[in-house]
Design a protein around this ligand. Sequence first.
Ligand SMILES: Cc1cc2nc3c(=O)[nH]c(=O)nc-3n(C[C@H](O)[C@H](O)[C@H](O)COP(=O)(O)OP(=O)(O)OC[C@H]3O[C@@H](n4cnc5c(N)ncnc54)[C@H](O)[C@@H]3O)c2cc1C
Length: 369
Amino acid sequence: MSHPDVLIVGGGIVGMCCARAMAHRDHEVVVVESGPKTGAASLIAAGMLAPQAESAAEDPMLELAVRARDLYVELAPVLLDEVGIDVGLWTGGIIQVAFTDEELAERKREVAWQRQSGFTAEWLTPDEVRARAPGISGEIQGAAYAPEDGSVDPQALLEAMTKSAESKGVTTIRGEDVTSLLIGAAGIEGVQTTNRSISAGAVVLAAGAWSGRIGGLARPLSVEPIKGQIAALDWPADEPPAIIYGGGGYVIKRGHEAIAGSTMEHVGFDATVTEEGLTWIRRIASDIYPALANAEVRRSWAGLRPQTPDGRPIIGPDPNVPGLWYATGHGRNGILLAGYTGEILAQLFSAEPIEHDLCCINPDRFWHW
Ligand SMILES: Cc1cc2nc3c(=O)[nH]c(=O)nc-3n(C[C@H](O)[C@H](O)[C@H](O)COP(=O)(O)OP(=O)(O)OC[C@H]3O[C@@H](n4cnc5c(N)ncnc54)[C@H](O)[C@@H]3O)c2cc1C
């Protein structure tokens, strides 16, 4: 623990995936995790692996995000084998319904662009949607279908990644806030926590929505919290499993529950559930599945997405401070992108060849003002 190769700030899903991937390459890694703090995103996410359902037409991230999704097909059995935890990988596809003419045109444009770019995407007529989701609203006009999108259980994934990282020698320090980065003339020197200073060869900033609040940053970091509220209702009786996007929200089956969400709110670090939020979620859920109109809200919760101005994460080295790295700003897709983020960061750190062009996630893209 004295002077590790790498110190990671934040033990959410992104921090733990980075820790595991670094430890796999024999780097000595320490993670400092303050809490988790109220609103930490990884514990409350819906868990969709939705690169195609989440992408707008001509999204520069799509190829990388699809690779991130497909990585879980490899990782899930490995994690089960390593630490005995089933991460609940579901690969049954995501249906994105259109209720209006405008949505219909937009969904068709996305399907066309994805197909032309070589991804598997289909257009479903209302009858074809009903064959997969019999309880769907009669109002739908059709749907985009991404047959390879799916989901994981985010809590199981975080537990599995943490255990796997720790089994590879990663040390996790819990209950201490990193208050400041320590940067000297030659680059990063370590961090100051609430209890002590810890020196390290490199520091990875992976503190989610709180990343921009760490003291001593090399420059202001364009990551802000976007609150999302979610509710769990009873899944409609006899309805087959599905993940349906529609009307700006989604419903996903997990266990016996319909997980429905989610709001996008600019309210700072407030992570409370509100009546307004729940009313909106109930409306989305019942617009998709009318049977959910009177379903009881069994549980509800909220969390803070670490959002960047362009919705893409910040992954890679600081251009000016040797040894300072970023793995933050994963916004709506941090569960999807976490596993591959760990691989990218560890590959860059270990000077291994990288499969993708990383310009769309480069840390310095916001820093030319
Ligand atoms: C409602 C909702 C639904 C979502 N659904 C999905 C989904 O379906 N699919 C998907 O891919 N993504 C989803 N996301 C997004 C996803 O949850 C996030 O992008 C992802 O969890 C971010 O992970 P992270 O590790 O960067 O941040 P976090 O999980 O927030 O972890 C950051 C960690 O850093 C710690 N920390 C903060 N400050 C410090 C400090 N000073 N010192 C030490 N530790 C510190 C915190 O305690 C926290 O544990 C959803 C998010 C929300 C809010």
